[in-house]
Design a protein around this ligand. Structure first.
Ligand code: ATP
Ligand SMILES: Nc1ccn([C@@H]2O[C@H](COP(=O)(O)O)[C@@H](O)[C@H]2O)c(=O)n1
Length: 432
């Protein structure tokens, strides 16, 4: 072993990541509507091993590898993960790529995300590609999975440095029980949902060198009041999936209530949306979060003069973030009353939030009728009805303020009339 290599190896072994590796639980997300496969590690076989289990079936086909991104720098880590996902999508079709999570149950922030790559054939090329990706990234761990004579599966954690490939640890897999909360919930706070102005601001500040436009939004944010107070006029937010009729309704309400119509993200940062929409979730969500605080400041000012209608606000940011981050089934969402469904203490609170709901077929009809360019997330939303259900279920779980649901499947006139009725009941204002 040369001196540099032994130093790197000692460093790796000393780092919390490798020291605590085998204490983690692992989850493989095989498909969108089934339970993840959970497993634990131990240096020697523990307890009975069920060869007929799905985990065994998945890992004993062809060759399996896992790659996980672990970086001390969250911006670099988020970008590496996005790059890794994109590069793995270029593997040959016989390779199956599944999401893998390594985590400590109940420990917030402990989730390390990665992928399980399975090649149906024993093909050296796949391993070479993965080794290359791991070496290039410098912050990705590589594990391979082997089967012993007794049919047990072992995970080999490898360190690739200076052209060397060394085994750091070898552990036997055992089936693990499903944790109380889906592992993806562990890292949501502060990595895709920000409950304080400073938390979102800091993420964008950390990106200034790599994303010069981050400076622009920070400078804009600096111009607004951070602790605004709402005026005496009511503030009403309209939420819902895309094409549920928010713009149509908000414009009609503006005219009939003599209200000011705002939206989040506000106009002053909308030219930056395209840039941030293409960034990893950590950065993209921080952009929308800061956008809400800027809108909050404008709401405060405008609500001194007239009623205010807002097209999307905090609930959109939180609902889309949770639904995207929590992989798999609807049941994986955090339970009702979870802290992720609460309103941030330092964000101006509306008097009423209306959630427009439309059945899936009608919503697709409206989308087609509009025939506009759509964001990647919107295309995914359409293709993936589980995702759509998760967004809506998350909206419905929001608290303080909770959403008042308005069925928006009827004609524009009827939806408008029903909404005015709800507004009158909650805020006491009427059509002028
Ligand atoms: N109640 C309704 N009945 C039938 N069509 C409607 C109704 N409300 C809106 N539409 C039509 O559905 C399409 C989408 O409406 P709109 O743009 O208001 O939705 P949106 O929720 O603001 O969408 P997005 O969030 O994607 O901007 C438009 O073509 C609009 O004319
Ligand atoms: N306050 C907000 C507003 C929007 N988003 C994100 O944008 C997408 C929907 O915006 P549309 O303009 O297409 O209606 C949606 O994918 C959200 O992720 C947000 O996070 N917060």
């Amino acid at each position: 072993m040369n001196v540099r290599c032994s130093f790197q190896m000692a460093q790796a072994l000393g780092s919390a990541l490798y020291r605590e590796w085998a204490e983690r639980l692992f989850a493989i997300e095989c498909c969108n509507n089934s339970e993840p496969l959970y497993f634990a590690l131990s240096p020697s076989p523990e307890g009975p091993w069920d060869e007929s289990s799905r985990l065994h079936q998945v890992l004993s086909r062809g060759e399996s590898y896992s790659v996980c991104v672990a970086s001390e720098n969250r911006i670099e880590g988020a970008e590496s993960y996005a790059r890794l996902r994109a590069e793995l999508s270029g593997l040959p079709p016989r390779c199956r790529v599944m999401e893998l999570m390594a985590f400590s149950p109940g420990k917030p922030g402990s989730l390390i995300k990665g992928f399980l790559v399975q090649d149906d054939r024993h093909h050296e090329g796949t391993e070479r590609v993965l080794q290359h990706l791991v070496r290039e990234s410098g912050q990705t761990t590589l594990c391979s999975y082997t089967r012993d004579g007794a049919g047990r599966i072992w995970q080999r954690l490898r360190l690739l440095t200076d052209g060397q490939d060394r085994e750091i640890s070898r552990n036997c897999l055992s089936l693990a029980a499903r944790p109380e909360l889906h592992p993806s919930v562990l890292n949501i706070k502060n990595s895709v949902i920000f409950f304080q102005y400073e938390d979102a601001y800091c993420v964008l500040k950390e990106c200034v060198e790599t994303i010069p436009k981050a400076k622009e939004i920070l400078q804009l944010a600096d111009q607004y009041d951070r602790t605004p107070r709402k005026g005496l006029h009511p503030v009403i937010v309209i939420e819902g999936l895309d094409a549920t009729g928010k713009s149509t309704l908000t414009e009609a309400l503006r005219d009939s209530l003599q209200a000011t119509l705002l939206k989040s993200p506000p106009d002053c940062i909308s030219h930056l949306r395209k840039t941030f929409d293409a960034k990893p979730p950590l950065i993209r969500r921080a952009f929308y979060a800061l956008g809400n605080y800027i809108t909050g400041s404008i709401i405060a000012r405008e609500s001194e003069k007239s009623p205010v209608i807002v097209d999307r606000f905090w609930h959109s940011t939180a609902a889309y973030a949770i639904a995207t981050e929590v992989s798999g089934k609807l049941e994986n969402l955090p339970p009702h009353h979870h802290e992720l469904y609460q309103w941030p203490q330092d964000l101006i609170r509306p008097d009423l939030v209306l959630l427009l709901t439309v059945d899936a077929e009608e919503r697709v009809r409206r989308l087609e009728q509009r025939g506009e360019m759509r964001t990647r997330e919107e295309i995914e939303l359409e293709a993936n009805s589980i995702f759509r259900q998760k967004v809506e279920a998350t909206y419905r779980r929001m608290e303080n303020p909770a959403c008042v649901v308005v069925d928006a499947s009827a004609s524009k006139e009827v939806v408008f009339k029903n909404t005015l009725h709800v507004i009158k009941r909650h805020c006491g204002i009427e059509q002028t």
